[in-house]
Design a binder for this molecule. Structure first.
Ligand code: GAL
Length: 427
């Protein structure tokens, strides 16, 4: 099924669901108190088995802290937030969940501008959050000195994941996948295509291709040049972007042909099963690798995506209290758990990300996470397009349409592709 159709179906189904399960049949607390009939509905897209593990961990902490409030999972499938049109429809219909997942950065700013998220600056004081989050991250959640959401985690998008058996079969050293350039990566992918039975590079549907594309733009433009794509100082129609798009075109030619049908788990599972050598995806991947009992260094290896060593392609999830939340007290309780050191430790340990709080002890975290935390502290930080840090929702959707049109029409019209991307950021 084509992704667009899938989205339309999910959106249509969701509208029906929203109509049935909106807040009207639930007890609404205007006084901020909680009662045993209270529920809190939280929207996220953490619905796949490996992503649910993180949400489950949060729910456990929530149930311990607030046994009187029932957690209602308002999750909607769609990795990378790719079906958040459904959330939008609910917000516009005045049927909001109590709290929703939102990316720090331009995406959060969109929801603030649209008046869908409540000013929760007071909760930062009440929860004692002064000084516990990186100031740069808080800036991405702030408007006119007011804070609107609380960050739960920090993910890295530019990570290359590889199957050790698949690499060994193709005669590629698993210890040498820190490719300095995209061209060097392509050379190995072509070697795999020539010699091995496996797919060189696994991808899924459009949003995962956008994810891949942004890592190639970072490699080609460097951190400053990439940043310039969002403030007008780098020309989307210029030769460097053109070169990145050519590399992207070559990469798409080295991926699985059934890519359009899948979210991110399937291509990752191809790496798990040794049916693909590589995938480029964010660091929610380890949760899936570990749930398949894969061991880092033995079954899989990782490196910064080709040409991006020293750069951290950043994204962060955060949670809101919606304007018109049916149960603001429930939303407040949920946010207290999101903000807490215990909640962040329990959640991030299984999610693969690092805590947004800087005061969580990482000694129990994986070696990957400890390395990610070090990179986050020392690398140049750039914002993800697909995951709402650098691009507005409208820009992200326009990039998705451009990538979909390019890839599904045979990936041969580079000039149109570049013009579409240029138009996406023209305003
Ligand atoms: C990102 C989100 C991550 C993870 C990923 C895959 O947008 O920030 O937490 O859920 O999508 O679905």
């Amino acid at each position: 099924m084509r992704r667009r159709i899938l989205i339309a179906l999910v959106a249509a189904a969701g509208l029906v669901t929203a109509g049935c399960s909106g807040g009207n049949d639930r007890s609404t607390q205007d006084d901020g108190g909680a009662s045993s009939s209270d529920t809190v509905e939280v929207y996220s897209w953490w619905t796949s088995p490996s992503e649910e593990l993180g949400l489950d961990a949060l729910q456990e902490v929530f149930a311990q802290e607030y046994p009187e409030i029932q957690f209602v999972n308002g999750g909607v499938a769609g990795g990378g937030g790719s079906t958040k049109q459904l959330l939008q429809a609910r917000l516009e219909a005045g049927e909001p969940p109590d709290s929703f997942q939102v990316h720090a950065g331009r995406e959060a700013q969109d929801y603030i501008d649209a008046g869908h998220v409540t000013d929760i600056s007071d909760l930062y004081n009440e929860f004692g959050l002064d000084g516990v989050f990186p100031p740069g991250l808080l800036d991405m959640l702030t408007q006119d000195r007011h804070l609107y959401t609380i960050p739960s985690n920090v993910h890295r998008a530019n990570v290359l994941w590889a199957s050790v058996p698949a690499l060994e079969d193709a005669g590629i050293d698993p210890g040498a996948i820190a490719y300095p350039t995209v061209d060097a990566f392509i050379a190995d992918l072509e070697k795999i295509a020539d010699q091995a039975e496996v797919t060189p590079l696994a991808v899924g549907g459009t949003w995962t291709q956008v994810h891949l594309l942004e890592t190639i733009l970072i490699a080609e433009l460097g951190a400053d040049g990439y940043d310039g794509l969002f403030d007008g100082t780098t020309d989307w129609s210029g030769p460097q972007v053109g070169a990145a798009l050519e590399e992207f075109q070559t990469l798409i030619g080295l991926t699985n042909e059934d890519r359009e049908e899948y979210d991110w788990e399937f291509p990752t599972q191809m790496v798990v099963d040794g049916d693909a050598a590589f995938t480029i995806m964010g660091d929610w991947v380890p949760a899936l690798l570990e749930s398949n009992s894969l061991v880092e260094g033995v079954d899989y290896v990782w490196a910064p995506s080709p040409g991006t060593d020293g750069i951290y392609d950043f994204l962060a999830d955060s949670f809101s209290m919606t304007v018109g939340a049916p149960n603001p007290a429930g939303a407040k309780a949920w946010l207290a758990v999101i903000a807490s050191a215990d909640g962040q430790a329990a959640f991030n340990q299984v999610k693969g990300s690092i805590p947004a709080r800087t005061d969580v002890d990482l000694s129990q975290f994986s070696s990957y996470q400890q390395a990610a935390a070090q990179s986050f502290a020392s690398d140049a930080i750039v914002g993800s397009i697909q995951h709402g840090a650098a691009a507005t929702i409208a820009q992200g959707e326009a990039v998705n349409r451009a990538v979909y049109a390019f890839v599904t029409s045979g990936a041969d019209d580079l000039a149109k592709f570049q013009a579409d991307l240029t138009a996406a950021f023209a305003e």
